[in-house]
Design a protein around this ligand. Structure first.
Ligand code: LIP
Length: 262
């Protein structure tokens, strides 16, 4: 995709993210219709409505590009390009009127036998913070260039951790969490993978670790971390579109890996 097309894709993603962000602000304190819920997860009617809004906006510019999103997929799923959409990342927070949730939109292009993220947008409507990145260029927060932190000593680091939604991921993460805690400055569990990644990219967090997150939670934020000079280490799990992530500032992965098996 030529750079002018990438710019068009970025602009369309930003517009779509702002449109959903407005909807999120309007609905934060209102009663929300729950479509499905389990002990560790909630899916809202607003998630579905928001993804439809994003798809409509993107399709006006790029009708040929398929969508793989948290609320469903459209188009040819093996196409050269695809949108990866999490319309509301941090849905449980949002359901409980906790204003820590965001819109995450990524554009991926086929590379080898997989896909590579080339454009990423994450928007937090509650702080009005917009993170953007195009592969090979710097990452930006509200149009200002951002860089991951330079902290190398774990005892000065803030590490974000997620436990995802299943007993399996919690059982896997808990022993690591217990070993991590005494070695770092602080742990943070914020409930949004996309924003944990943008916080690493912005130097607010030094690493983000979670297993069992979905592609749409991490695609845009992962590119933003890489374009900010950080490292987006990730490994696809046996379940399709599920990943283990150890994103960091590019300086501390080996120390974090030594703490224990993930
Ligand atoms: C959430 C992720 C978070 C994870 C939650 C959930 P959602 O995504 O961002 O990191 O711990 O279980 O998967 O469901 O709010 O889009």
């Amino acid at each position: 995709m030529k750079s002018a097309e990438q710019k068009r894709a970025l602009n369309a993603s930003v517009e779509a993210a702002h449109a959903v962000g407005k909807l999120m602000r309007q609905n934060l304190r209102l009663t929300k219709k729950v479509d499905v819920q389990s002990q560790h997860d909630i899916k809202l009617e607003l998630d579905v409505r928001s993804q439809k809004l994003i798809e409509k906006r993107l399709a006006t510019e790029f009708p040929e590009i398929s969508v793989l999103g948290e609320e469903g997929s459209t188009g040819e799923q093996e196409s050269e390009y695809r949108w990866i959409i999490d319309p509301i990342d941090g849905t449980v927070n949002f359901s409980y009127t906790i204003p820590h949730a965001c819109v995450s939109i990524a554009l991926q292009q086929k590379k080898g036998n997989g896909y590579q993220t080339t454009v990423g947008v994450v928007y937090d409507p509650f702080t009005d913070e917009l993170w953007t990145a195009v592969r090979g260029q710097p990452a930006f927060l509200n149009k200002k260039k951002i860089e991951a932190s330079k902290r190398k000593s774990l005892d000065q680091c803030i590490v974000s951790v997620g436990f995802s939604k299943s007993k399996e991921t919690m059982d896997k993460m808990l022993p690591y969490f217990n070993s991590l805690l005494p070695r770092i400055r602080k742990v943070r569990m914020m409930g949004s993978a996309a924003m944990a990644l943008t916080y690493v990219a912005s130097g607010r967090f030094d690493a983000y670790i979670e297993t069992g997150v979905q592609l749409w939670d991490i695609a845009a934020g992962g590119l933003i971390v890489e374009c900010a000079g950080g490292e987006f280490w990730n490994q696809e799990l046996a379940t399709q579109h599920k990943f283990k992530v150890l994103a960091n500032n590019g300086l501390i992965r080996k120390q974090l890996e030594k703490i224990g098996p993930l």
